[in-house]
Design a binder for this molecule. Structure first.
Ligand SMILES: [Zn+2]
Length: 119
């Protein structure tokens, strides 16, 4: 069947039902589950990403690490950053993309049949 692009760096291989990196093709995880489980995860320090702009902590625009953290998700194959999210400390990673894989495969099969009728 082939691959379907989902986001800039994510695609689904309908044959293997795997999330894949669109940059290097690395298989990340089961497409019926959260792709983030197949990514390398890094917590980037907020003071590095948002360095203080003023000496007074009340006005320096650096998020308070007691209330927020920056979690980044990378492809283990090529190292591209696939996604990031700001979460409260202790909050589990989010599962923001959940697709109907059976419907995706059926649509791809229909498109393939239509292409065969045209050619
Ligand atoms: Zn990759």
């Amino acid at each position: 069947m082939g691959k379907v692009r989902i986001t800039e760096y994510l695609e689904i291989d309908c044959d293997t039902e795997k999330w894949c990196c669109s940059r290097c093709g690395h298989e990340l995880y089961n497409a019926r589950d959260n792709y983030k489980k197949g990514c390398l995860v890094y917590e980037n320090p907020l003071e590095k990403v948002h360095p203080p702009l003023a000496p007074d902590a009340s006005y320096n625009f650096t998020p308070d690490k007691d209330f927020s953290r920056l979690i980044e998700f990378y492809c283990p194959g090529c190292g591209i950053q696939i996604e990031n999210e700001y979460l409260p400390p202790g909050h589990p990673i989010t599962h923001e993309i959940e697709l109907d894989i059976d419907a995706l495969k059926a649509r791809q099969a229909d498109e393939r049949q239509a292409d065969q009728r045209i050619s």
